[in-house]
Design a protein around this ligand. Structure first.
Ligand code: SF4
Length: 339
């Protein structure tokens, strides 16, 4: 198998196959690419497409993002989940303004010194935006390389990770356009060499794929061992005033959904009883919400005579929308709409 031939095929294929995404403008706008890279971490493109445009419209430059309050940034991020990324992107923008005069650095080392930027994002920015000969490996690239090389080792094994980065560096070393090659590898993993329903019949590098030849595409890479998710119970209380405003409070800065807004919520390792929730609270619905590390069971209560605690306040729907609200809380608000 020849790295040069693989690069030529992938680079040739990418121009006609790439999905038209708003941040794929030529020449690349570094700030847009930075925002899209943060948004795309662990999130489907379809969801990012809903939030990307309004976000860069609200914060059109690194400076404007850096100058915004955390609350504004979380509000614009609402619905994308994994809010730690929003905080990291905000911190990253501040560091670019403070330490780099508002100009996103090109060098991988400098990029990696910024908050929230790891080896993958640094490689993506350096190669795809600045055209530098830098490799990248994300989940999609890892899967494509493992199948191309018929490497059935665990993806999380440091040996496999090292192997993938070395091969990615080898490929980018012989590519005509390093950014195009990297993006093509990711696009192949996202659209054809997918975890399931693999489209080998449409693959531009099928002729060089060792898994395809060996008939092991379904078993390479092997499934990741699953970490057991912890259970958490939340009793959330919907209190609506005469003007339709909903009682809200802000979560603590650390931990899950840090600094996000929620209806008053009791959170326990075991299911809180109605008596623990508060007098006059009536259970109206329950649902289960899954995060990466948790299975959260929500009991939604309504209460018409809630004693307002310190830090709680009634917010209109417009005020809620401008704050950071998790998808679980949006679901609770929808339940409130039916009351
Ligand atoms: S031939 Fe199939 S398994 Fe191999 S890289 Fe292409 S899509 Fe992936």
């Amino acid at each position: 198998m020849s790295d040069t031939e693989i690069c030529q095929l992938l680079e040739g294929w990418f121009g006609g196959a790439m999905r038209p995404l708003p941040w794929r403008i030529e020449p690349r706008e570094p700030y847009w690419s930075l925002v899209s890279e943060f948004m795309l971490q662990q999130t489907q493109v379809s969801r990012v497409l809903e939030r990307f445009g309004p976000f860069v419209e609200r914060f059109p430059s690194v400076e404007e993002l850096a100058g915004a309050s955390e609350e504004e940034v979380l509000g614009a991020w609402s619905g994308l989940g994994y809010y730690r990324r929003a905080r990291m992107l905000h911190a990253c923008a501040k560091a670019i303004v403070e330490n780099h005069g508002g100009v996103i650095p090109r060098d991988v080392g400098e990029l990696m010194s910024l908050p929230g930027i790891g080896r993958y994002t640094a490689g993506a920015m350096a190669s795809m935006v600045f055209g530098l000969r830098e490799p990248l490996v994300d989940g999609n690239v890892m899967r494509v390389l493992q199948r191309l090389g018929n490497n059935a080792d665990q993806q999380t094994d440091p040996k496999t990770i090292k192997w993938a980065w070395e091969w990615a560096a080898g490929l980018v070393g012989v590519a005509d356009e390093p950014g195009v090659l990297n993006e093509a590898l990711m696009e192949l993993g996202a659209t054809i060499c997918t975890p399931k329903r693999i489209g080998c019949d449409r693959c531009p590098v099928a002729g060089f794929c060792e898994s395809f030849k060996a008939g092991t595409t379904e078993s390479v890479p092997p499934p990741k061992p699953r970490a057991k998710r912890k259970a958490l119970y939340c009793a959330s209380v919907l209190c609506v005033d005469g003007e339709g405003r909903v009682l809200f409070e802000q979560r603590a800065a650390d931990g899950m959904w840090g600094n996000m807004w929620q209806v008053p919520t009791v959170e326990e390792e075991s299911r809180p009883t109605a008596a623990e929730v508060g007098q006059g609270a009536e259970l109206i619905e329950s649902f289960v919400h899954q995060t990466t590390h948790r299975i959260v069971r929500f009991d939604v209560y309504r209460c018409d005579s809630w004693e307002i605690q310190e830090g709680q306040r009634f917010l209109s729907r417009a005020e809620i929308e401008s704050r950071g609200v998790s998808n679980a809380q949006r679901r609770i608000l929808k339940i409130g709409d039916t009351l």
